[in-house]
Design a binder for this molecule. Structure first.
Ligand code: ATP
Length: 249
């Protein structure tokens, strides 16, 4: 079912296009025919309950879980069976759920790790300056060991690290998870800024309200399937979405 404008048809402006993706964990059929698109300049959000298959969708895109069926295209190229390092090199960067920083390394060293696959090292300083401009808090903490920072600061560092790859598509897995409300607002502000600077974003979130407020379009996922899709503003006023994900009756 689609809310508002149609979202299922591929167009040439698609940065990312998943078509009928099926992923299994052994005998568990985790994704049962997922199709979604991210267009140039868009923030697209994927919302849904625990276990719906959101992280698995990201793992299919970043090459960690190879689909058994279906296709994934990135900037027109078929990446369905490409290995993770090739996918990173092609321009997809992810800030993973749980952050996974190098806890004993400093903030600056963690950011440097984000650029390790790049060949154009001459722009490195410019990019680290851009990250510090987006996250002044990280500049203040630049020499601190990442593992000793607060959850919100670590999340900023993880997003900053992903940006150091100069991604052409940014995947974010639950960037607001476990953060104090003030950090949640800050993180969403920064996502809007990053997108405003031209990077398309696929945002997986359980905080459906914030996600739908920030995104252009959204997909609702239930038990391995997309059950609703459309403009974020329309999903926000959809009765079923309000009941299931926005806590409204
Ligand atoms: P959450 O918000 O809790 O991370 P999710 O929407 O991201 O949920 P997934 O983590 O993608 O959901 O899980 C989708 C389904 O696949 C669930 O039924 C889950 O139990 C199963 N699953 C996920 N990872 C594995 C794994 N490594 N082995 C077996 N089953 C898995």
């Amino acid at each position: 079912m689609s809310v508002g404008e149609a979202t299922a048809t591929a167009t040439s402006s698609d940065v990312l296009a998943l078509d009928d993706i099926h992923v299994y964990y052994g005998a568990i059929h985790a994704l049962k025919g997922v199709s979604l698109r991210v267009g140039a300049g868009e923030i697209v959000t994927l919302i849904g309950a625990n276990g719906a298959g959101k992280s698995t969708t990201l793992r299919a895109i970043n090459g960690m879980n190879r689909p058994r069926q279906g296709s994934i295209r990135f900037q027109g190229a078929d990446i369905t069976t490409a290995p993770p390092h090739t996918i990173v090199k092609s321009g997809i960067a992810q800030s993973p759920e749980g952050r996974r920083l190098f806890p004993r390394m400093s903030v600056t060293e963690n950011l440097e790790m984000g650029a390790f696959q790049r060949t154009d090292k001459e722009n490195f300083q410019e990019d680290i300056d851009r990250v510090f401009e987006l996250f002044p808090r990280l500049y203040e903490r630049r020499s601190q060991k990442a593992g000793t920072m607060s959850g919100g600061e670590q999340q900023m560092c993880a997003i900053g690290r992903a940006l150091m790859a100069r991604p052409k598509l940014l995947l974010l897995d639950e960037p607001s998870m476990g953060l104090a409300p003030i950090f949640v607002e800050k993180i969403f502000e920064i996502i809007l800024t990053i997108n405003g600077q031209g990077t398309p974003v696929l945002l997986v979130e359980q905080n459906a309200l914030m996600a739908l407020d920030s995104a252009h379009r959204g997909y609702v996922m239930e038990t391995g399937r997309i059950t609703l899709s459309g403009a974020a503003s329309e999903l926000k006023t959809n009765e079923a979405v309000q009941k299931a994900y926005l806590g409204l009756d």
